[in-house]
Design a protein around this ligand. Sequence first.
Ligand SMILES: [Zn+2]
Length: 1096
Amino acid sequence: MNVNQSAPPLPPFGQSQPVYPGYHPSSYGGQPGSTAPPTPYGAYNGPVPGYQQTPPPGVSRAPPSSEAPPASTAQAPSGQAAYGQFGQGDVQNGPSSTVQMQRFPGSQPFGSVPLAPVVSQPTVLQPYGPPPTSAQVTAQLAGMQISGAVAPALPPVGLGYGPPTSLASASGSFPNSGLYGSYPQGQAPPLSQAQGHLGAQPPQRSAPPQASSFTSPASGGPRMPSMTGPLLSGQGFGGPSLSQPNHVSSPPPQALPPGTQMTGPPGPPPPMHSSQQPGYQLQQNGSFGPARGPQSNYGSSYPGAPTFGSQPGPPQPLPPKRLDPDAIPSPIQVIEDDRNNRGSEPFVTGVRGQVPPLVTTNFLVKDQGNASPRYIRCTSYNIPCTSDMAKQAQVPLAAVIKPLARLPPEEASPYVVDHGESGPLRCNRCKAYMCPFMQFVEGGRRFQCCFCSCINDVPPQYFQHLDHTGKRVDAYDRPELSLGSYEFLATVDYCKNNKFPSPPAFIFMIDVSYNAIRSGLVRLLCEELKSLLDYLPREGGAEESAIRVGFVTYNKVLHFYNVKSSLAQPQMMVVSDVADMFVPLLDGFLVNVSESRAVITSLLDQIPEMFADTRETETVFAPVIQAGMEALKAAECAGKLFLFHTSLPIAEAPGKLKNRDDRKLINTDKEKTLFQPQTGAYQTLAKECVAQGCCVDLFLFPNQYVDVATLSVVPQLTGGSVYKYACFQVENDQERFLSDLRRDVQKVVGFDAVMRVRTSTGIRAVDFFGAFYMSNTTDVELAGLDGDKTVTVEFKHDDRLNEESGALLQCALLYTSCAGQRRLRIHNLALNCCTQLADLYRNCETDTLINYMAKFAYRGVLNSPVKTVRDTLITQCAQILACYRKNCASPSSAGQLILPECMKLLPVYLNCVLKSDVLQPGAEVTTDDRAYVRQLVTSMDVAETNVFFYPRLLPLTKSPIESATEPPAVRASEERLSNGDIYLLENGLNLFLWVGASVQQGVVQSLFSVSSFSQITSGLSVLPVLDNPLSKKVRGLIDSLRAQRSRYMKLIVVKQEDKLEMLFKHFLVEDKSLSGGASYVDFLCHMHKEIRQLLS
Ligand SMILES: [Zn+2]
């Protein structure tokens, strides 16, 4: 037999992995728990010496001062003077007559730039009591009757859904930069009303801090019986000693709407409403008590408060019981349990419908036929067989797909399969690609498509015999027959215009208007680029990147630069006709970095000098993108534009914008317009960019409103990224900006991509979320796609599914690599199908559900009032949980809230989405912040949304200093903070170090090198580098947290009781928020009420 010879030789599997070109393991950010702190820019800081020495060896750079005197005077310099900087006299006439000399119109007003002063704030300390002794805690515990999960308290339902409290309005003095930008110090709102709120008795993590919530019978009412119904096996009844309650009692029946039938044993007699108030008010030493003024008279003072849900008729009776925060499902516990249970074994993908470990668990993946969860995560791994079942459950069926996800170094990148001229083998009918689920029949001469059942001939060169089980004998030699993920080399048929692509290009387009120069941005950027250009993405073992680069500067006009290697000096060409943008030069605009290094370095030295005295404050924006796109078109290549932009583009030009920010629109039907672009011009432009494979990354440096909603349209539709540095100042923000820039420039990108998701008969992809463009209903077009971006796909039934065959997904991404190679990346995933709803609920993934629901809601605000969007989310969540209760849970009293094990965190996480800045903004959140976050979340992966909506709060001095692992997190609630401790809080974008007022003096000394708490500078963003174990540990932890995230998190040191604490508390998401968002406990009670209404 020589049949084996028909197969092209392939490397054996599981052994040495062919290097997947361009995926530098060192750039993988690592996972929590990895021992060595990963280096985020490994390649960058790596073995190449002298990165920080800007001019590479052997490159001579003309001193800028001698070559390019700054454009003379403070008045408008003459065009001749500016032009003369290039001094060679051979360029002034470009290929077109519209090429002009440079002008610096001096007509614009100056100096309206608000600069944030750096002010250190002496803190007036409130007296703090000593932390509770263990005896006190014990006494508290002894005073509680832990048997019941509920304690009488004032009705929480509806609490927090009223209009923002007066405190929220008082915080309106937050600067525009908000939480997402650099926060100028000294402008935080006063904290007067919140002072003293951190009680004298800080809770300890080891003991339930809310003792008062258990001791309130005296003022509240009778205690609940310890059990109100049968427990499901394995589900604990929620006392504080049980860590995993998902089956907790809740307010007793009198909270039910009139007419509700009770099925469980009757509860104790209802306390009268009037007597509930005092009981509630007793709970003020926790974080959800009515300590903040207006809430104390809740119940009568907000008749017009938005009703949560939609209950017509008279006000509902209020449930008088409060849940104990320790008795309700804890995200921390769920995360920890999953780490303990699933972190040690690799996740092997051979079994259909397996739910992977949580995104917060550090685990390895072995591909045995299904795509790694790093590439695809689903809301459920068991899909209802019928659409009726799916409608009943209301669980969205969606997959969050990250086609180019980076992998940890231990995991093999996808193999590249080359089928030569014949190209990848596909089904003739549905065009699905060969995959492990295709069934070979007739002795191997044909195969039946697993997606559409079509029988296809096997081409002779692909023929192979089958073994006795019907499997091809070469199955394990071929990635496409045995793995979930792999790549095919594409043939010319897969290329635009039937031509293999050229390598892509990067074009750096730098705003040189007054603001950009004044902030130091231009100088910083140019200096950085000189070295960063050595680190453009490369493929495999390539010596240098194939990517070519070009440079443009602009304000009201555009300046193109010829940096051809043969020139002694760069040449500038100015295009002022921004209405009809064209590229004035072809040859010499896009160049190879190493060939043109001297000219490029000279240019980057000269740019800051040339514009040093500019008075031009106006900018254009759309013409800049147009120019970059035209340049790529002329060069017949795909590529990426890096735009560095500072202001609202008000200069006369296409895409000109006006300031239309209007906070009065919040909570009105017109609020959606704040998220919509103000002109359609950018969509049109984006469409042209996509056709050219021109991806746009936008770095914004605004001092005021710049209309992020409009400016981010092109990045959003081209698969690009938006970064925002409000009130940028070099000294405060350079680390964050440079880190983001380095990562962004070095990241591997697929260009000119098209993604298609095929499904087996019975379901189909119906909706898509992410940063891309779609010109039809099936093809996701991405001018660029990097390893951080996800595309979320929703599926609907179009037929009945079959339990036996399950459901299949195949995601195919056609793209051009950084070296210009055309490839197809294929990810396959098989899911189970069920006829029992319980199977659906047992195989759900809440983190992915939340990712989907957040994206759904964040898109919804474009078209619907925000309140409608919130109500829709709540209703859907209640329906999901009610369906479980009705169909899957054991019968029990209506007084019990029963949550599916896999979804027990759905309420807490959903509440975080509901009270996020997009859906319920605080007074300090700007319109631009909201638009920025809205588009960021759209392409976040599951790990990112998880930490973004529920931040990680890490106590720093609880665990031994020697411990190499991250300290265990605590719940994001003020009551978990001990004033004798220090905490780090991160959400992927923000990083806080909170210092308790009673922290030991030695700790203060070790970390901050000052002798007392009062001497710590509030708002500090860098910890001093000190040679002691605690300092090393904390700084190491900060580095490690940053390495895990796709964007650099700037540190803000917050002192307890300091003004800045308000910012920090915004992230304690289990608490009631100042903008009216409910506490976790309150929301859970509300959710319970909604569920009971659905069931009644
Ligand atoms: Zn097919």
